[in-house]
Write a protein that binds this ligand. Structure first.
Ligand SMILES: [Fe+2]
Length: 282
């Protein structure tokens, strides 16, 4: 049986997958269809799932080896492949109210940033706590020809330490250790990224981790990045995912960025994320 994909009518870079039960092993042909689907749609939404940690990890591994996040305080003790975004904490993990409340592509500050992320919701607040996604293929396509020419060959500088420090201003974030800092030196990636499987071009910058542009004065680079971020987050490129318990969203980090929205933290919010390793951006 082939996978049933329902693209969203207003945001075709998002498709709902209707007939795949993630608690069961999926066939190699289903995996191949989903791989092809993520290249076409960038975001796949699976509703009404009931999966345990083993099933989450097993399904994710169909798409590549899994990343272990630098900040070990958020990893489930028995499942280091799973980062717990839980405002009450979970099994001793550090509580996190709203990780990623700024536009970013997960872990873009690594030499080989992750291809995708799979976020599964276990507890959600009644309102808010949504995730906004930006379609970076569409954002690139919509640039005028002058800007496309200007961006050719430019590389953005990505880093984690500055962002982590900023997030710590609320006092809830732990400090990065010297060892953790050594894992995340600044790296450069092309601003226009090509999907090697399809040849499609996407803007590959984000508010969270891009600091400047290689070979450009910092303020000039920052100004260009601000312009590109403002463009990419125009409403015409955005999908807002309102989470229900049992949703799993699989997104392509090469072609989207995302941003968490606020909610009333008197309500519990528990999400689990696995992250699929990727290639050096070209
Ligand atoms: Fe994220």
């Amino acid at each position: 049986m082939s996978v049933s994909l329902k693209p969203m009518t207003t945001t075709a870079f998002v498709a709902v997958v209707e007939n795949v039960d993630l608690s069961q092993p999926v066939s190699s042909s289903t995996v191949a269809e989903l791989r092809s689907a993520i290249n076409r749609h960038s975001i796949l939404v699976f509703r009404g799932q009931t999966i345990d940690n083993d099933q989450h990890v097993a399904f994710s591994r169909n798409f590549g080896a899994l990343e272990i996040h630098t900040v070990k305080q958020y990893l489930l003790p028995d499942y280091p492949e799973i980062i717990a975004l839980a405002n009450r904490g979970e099994n001793g993990t550090t509580p996190i109210d709203n990780g990623g409340a700024y536009w970013h592509s997960d872990i873009s500050y690594k030499i080989k940033p992750p291809m995708g992320s799979l976020l599964y919701s276990l507890e959600v607040p009644p309102d808010g706590g949504d995730t906004l996604y930006a379609d970076m293929y569409a954002a690139y396509d919509a640039l005028d020809e002058n800007m496309k020419r200007k961006l050719e060959g430019l590389r953005a500088i990505h880093g984690y330490a500055a962002r982590f420090e900023k997030m710590g201003e609320g006092g809830k974030r732990p400090q990065l250790s010297a060892e953790q800092l050594a894992e995340v030196p600044e790296v450069n990636h092309p601003i226009v990224r090509t999907n090697p499987e399809t040849g499609r071009k996407a803007l590959y910058i984000n508010e969270g981790f891009t600091l400047g542009i290689e070979g450009m004065p910092m303020d000039e680079g920052r100004a260009l990045l601000d312009t590109l971020n403002a463009h990419a987050t125009e409403p015409r490129f955005i999908y807002a995912h309102h989470w229900r318990v049992g949703d799993l969203v699989f997104w392509d980090n090469r072609a989207t960025m995302h941003c968490a929205t606020a909610y009333d933290t008197q309500y519990a919010r528990t999400m689990h994320r696995t992250t699929i390793q990727g290639d050096t951006p070209i």
